[in-house]
Design a protein around this ligand. Sequence first.
Ligand SMILES: N[C@@H](CCC(=O)N[C@@H](CS)C(=O)NCC(=O)O)C(=O)O
Length: 214
Amino acid sequence: MPTLYYSRNPNPRLAAAVARYLDAPVTLEWAAPFDPDQAPFFLTLNPAQSIPILVEDDTPPLWEADAIACRLSQLAGSDFWRQGRDQPDMIRWISWGKENFVRACDMVQFELGTKRRYHIGPSDLAMIAEGTARFHEAAPILDRHLEARDWLTGTTPSHADFRMASFLPFNGIMRLPLSDYPALDAWYARLAAIPAWADPFQGLNTPELPPVPA
Ligand SMILES: N[C@@H](CCC(=O)N[C@@H](CS)C(=O)NCC(=O)O)C(=O)O
């Protein structure tokens, strides 16, 4: 069975949520690739050392959460990774999201979450301000798109929804004002009601992240 290396951090969490949502035939294995004991092994799998990584017997390791979501969808025989006419629309939202909404959330989460959890320097207020400004540029576009629809592409959740939301489980730390954008807020509430999204780690032995100091 393929192995998906994951952690509770945003991109590995995204891959784990996809795997659990699709009930994909993979074994989820918690990892800490930057732990000095584990680093040599993970460097053989991914030159960037980071996770998620999907390891299958007959092909080189696959890294990048979006590529892994595509493969998990194939393994599960699902249209979660859209096919045919809907595929370009899904890819549009993934691509736009990575440059805009997800990027904005990532900037803020990195400064307020990752840096403080892992003691990698003080939070940069200018970066938080820039991330927040980018959030307010991107959120209205999503809000308008979601006014008349439940999901970004088609009538069921796709990877566009999961990717767009990838940093929102960390909004307790980011404190971005999602509720200023009612359709966006309602969309995220729908996603958060999906058990595999709400807790991708249920039943797995997954250590908590280091706490964010007060
Ligand atoms: N662009 C990559 C980013 C991967 C990445 O940054 N992974 C981080 C977490 S978000 C990581 O490996 N952190 C170490 C850990 O979680 O232990 C993707 O989408 O998969």
